[in-house]
Design a protein around this ligand. Structure first.
Ligand SMILES: [Zn+2]
Ligand SMILES: [Zn+2]
Ligand SMILES: [Zn+2]
Length: 104
């Protein structure tokens, strides 16, 4: 079983109450499907099913390993380095997100 060795990279343990959408899509006029938040710096990016995959791009650009889903009812996190999904119980809160511009 693969395990994640990056839990000490988790600096965001309280999720924001509300986000406006993918930061990079909002800046460039792009459209996201699902939202992910970086657990190291709080960057909000879009998932790999989105056209621009900003969450993955952020991870590659910064070496920040872990993101958590911001979709309602989803609590899983993903490590890009270990390529493993996990639940991080230290991360609390629930984030209101706008509907996807792609209707997903
Ligand atoms: Zn990891
Ligand atoms: Zn995006
Ligand atoms: Zn980050």
């Amino acid at each position: 079983m693969p395990t994640c060795t990056h839990l000490d990279h988790v600096l965001i343990t309280q999720l924001p109450d509300e986000v406006a959408g993918c930061e990079d899509c909002l800046a460039t006029g792009g459209k996201w499907l699902h939202l992910r938040i970086c657990l190291t710096c709080g960057h909000v990016g879009c998932c790999d099913s989105s056209p621009n995959r900003h969450a993955t791009a952020h991870s590659h650009a910064t070496s920040h390993a872990l993101v958590r889903s911001l979709e309602p009812g989803e609590e899983w996190s993903w490590c890009y380095v270990d390529e493993v999904a996990l639940l991080i119980e230290e991360v609390a809160g629930e984030t209101r997100i706008p509907p996807s511009p792609l209707g997903g």
